[in-house]
Design a protein around this ligand. Structure first.
Ligand code: UMA
Ligand code: ADP
Length: 476
């Protein structure tokens, strides 16, 4: 046990999903923490009631800014990922010898298992789920946690020596690691996102790159060969380097050096078969056409998952078999059904322009009825309009939510001569798309916007879409 892990005057800053999981851990281990949250006490009344007597002190609402007092009462603060701490608090904490870490670091210090960690701008949830399912089907004891919804700390006591834990990590969760050192780390891709939090692309790439920073020669770093920002994230990474690419192997050099390191393995395609390539040696995983999940991006997800699980000791045949079984995850280009020759998909998770464009790349043919819009977060929709402009087949746009105001203004004012309809509710918008569709059409909910106008989350919006789908099926 290190000196750091013996400390137990713990402060938990943020009493949401992460903070409550830390609090549960403390209760289980007879630690009474200090609770800090910017929300006022009345908003946290249910927590106060449920955990009455299980904490020493609270600093809620305005009191959460009384850092001098807070820091006198703790020696470690576990900060939730959604919170950006002002710099002066960091300085004060340093002076008072108080450590501020994230929940991932806190849990890692207690973890007996081996870690596969995945970060990236897009594809994290799909990749961790693929990796986890491959490990499960191969019979390797494994656990899934992180940004996907289950905090690492809430499962850490279940992890035995030799088990694998697969972690989805956001850039926020990597900001406050210290000793966190995954055995295998993947960056799926890095595109512009969360700049408000990280300042600029340099800050964002640096935050992602922290996934590699403590790795050594026993560990493995997996990057996206076609996405240079993932190369830049390597920094001074000291582990073994692997890369994935959807390019055909004949386009790849037999030896390639990035950041002064040889790429030891490539996962790539050979005549549309997913393969692992080491030097001249090449081994097949499965034909791309055997994947049930659609789109080039899912081939990328399958390739990096194959690399990680191969390194974890799963034979290639078992990886191929598990990938064949993978049906995708809910709300990510999820196929709902074929009704009167109309294919219907739920991509409610597409909450930004980039992910909607990714979905559109999957549907290059067929008349598309695209459902867009939601809450307003000031995104620039121009790349989306440009992408649609170049689409070969026809499409009709169905818009709703506050963002549809700006969308329809864009369409009126710009040079975009698109066919679109605007509605005052999500339900009307969806039903109109369903009712207007004719044989051969595709109806796709891929909103390019967050859901908070009518829903509490993208999951709730996706569930509503599915409910409307079932209603429509019953009525037909
Ligand atoms: N709070 C403050 N001050 C702040 C911000 C929040 O006191 O400035 C308090 C809130 O009052 C609340 C608590 O902190 O009581 C909420 O903490 P949080 O915002 O860190 O969210 P959690 O509920 O702990 O959920 C987090 C992740 N959320 C964020 O990173 C914003 C969840 O990812 C994750 O599933 C969960 O931990 C478990 O690990 C969600 C997410 O949106 C899905 N992630 C972003 C993304 O995927 O793009 C990063
Ligand atoms: P994340 O957890 O990083 O948000 P998800 O796996 O939940 O990513 O996928 C969200 C959306 O991002 C999908 O619906 C799809 O449109 C897009 N996406 C998934 N994988 C990739 C990828 N490898 N590259 C680019 N976009 C992707």
């Amino acid at each position: 046990m290190t000196e750091k892990t013996q400390k137990n005057k713990i402060g938990i800053y943020g009493v949401g999903v992460t903070g409550i999981a830390c609090l549960d851990y403390c209760v289980k281990h007879s630690i009474k923490p200090v609770l800090i949250d910017d929300a006022p006490a009345d908003k946290l009344a249910s927590v106060l009631e449920k955990y009455s007597g299980k904490f020493t002190q609270t600093f809620f609402g305005d009191q959460s800014r009384d850092w001098s007092k807070i820091l006198d009462n703790v020696d470690t603060i576990i900060i939730s990922p959604g919170i950006k701490l002002p710099e002066d608090v960091d300085h004060l904490a340093h002076k008072k010898n108080v450590e501020i870490i994230c929940e991932i670091e806190f849990a890692f210090r207690k973890c007996k298992g081996k870690v596969i960690a995945v970060t990236g701008s897009n594809g994290k949830s799909t990749t961790v789920t693929m990796v986890y399912q491959i490990l499960q089907l191969a019979g390797l004891p494994s656990h899934l946690a992180g940004n996907i919804g289950t905090p690492f700390i809430s499962i850490v006591d279940d992890i035995q020596t030799g088990d694998w834990v697969v972690l989805e990590l956001s850039s926020y969760q990597l900001e406050r690691i210290d000793t966190f050192k995954p055995d295998i780390a993947i960056i799926t891709n890095i595109t512009e996102d969360h700049l408000a939090r990280h300042g600029d692309m340099f800050g964002y790439i640096a935050a992602k790159g922290r996934i590699f920073e403590n790795q050594d020669l026993n560990d493995h770093a997996i990057i996206n060969h076609e996405n240079f920002s993932t190369w830049r994230a390597l920094g001074k990474c000291a582990s073994n380097l692997l890369a994935f690419t959807t390019e055909e192997t004949e386009a790849l050099p037999s030896r390639e050096v990035i950041n002064g390191k040889f790429i030891q393995f490539f996962a790539a395609q050979n005549e549309k078969v997913l393969v692992l390539k080491k030097g001249e040696e090449m081994n097949s995983i499965l034909p791309a056409i055997d994947l049930q999940v659609v789109g080039q991006h899912n081939i990328e997800n399958a390739l990096c998952s194959s690399l990680a699980t191969y390194l974890a000791g799963v034979p290639l045949k078992a990886i191929g078999d598990a990938l064949r079984e993978f049906k995708g995850i809910e709300h990510r280009i999820e196929f709902l059904g074929l009704v009167n020759d109309v294919r219907i998909y739920n991509d409610s998770k597409a909450t930004n322009v980039e992910s909607t464009i990714t979905a559109l790349k999957t549907f290059t043919e067929g008349n598309l009825r695209l459902i867009l819009g939601g809450s307003e977060k000031g995104s620039d929709f121009t790349p989306l309009w440009q992408f649609l402009q170049e689409r070969d087949d026809g499409f009709i746009l169905y818009l709703s939510g506050p963002s549809s105001l700006r969308m329809s203004e864009d369409l009126k004012n710009g040079n975009w001569n698109f066919n679109y309809h605007k509605f005052d509710s999500f339900d009307k918008c969806v039903m109109s798309a369903f009712n207007g569709a004719t044989g051969g059409d595709i109806v796709l909910l891929s909103p390019a916007c967050a859901s908070f106008d009518e829903f509490s989350s993208f999951e709730e919006r996706g569930q509503r879409f599915k409910k409307l789908f079932h209603k429509m099926v019953e009525e037909k």
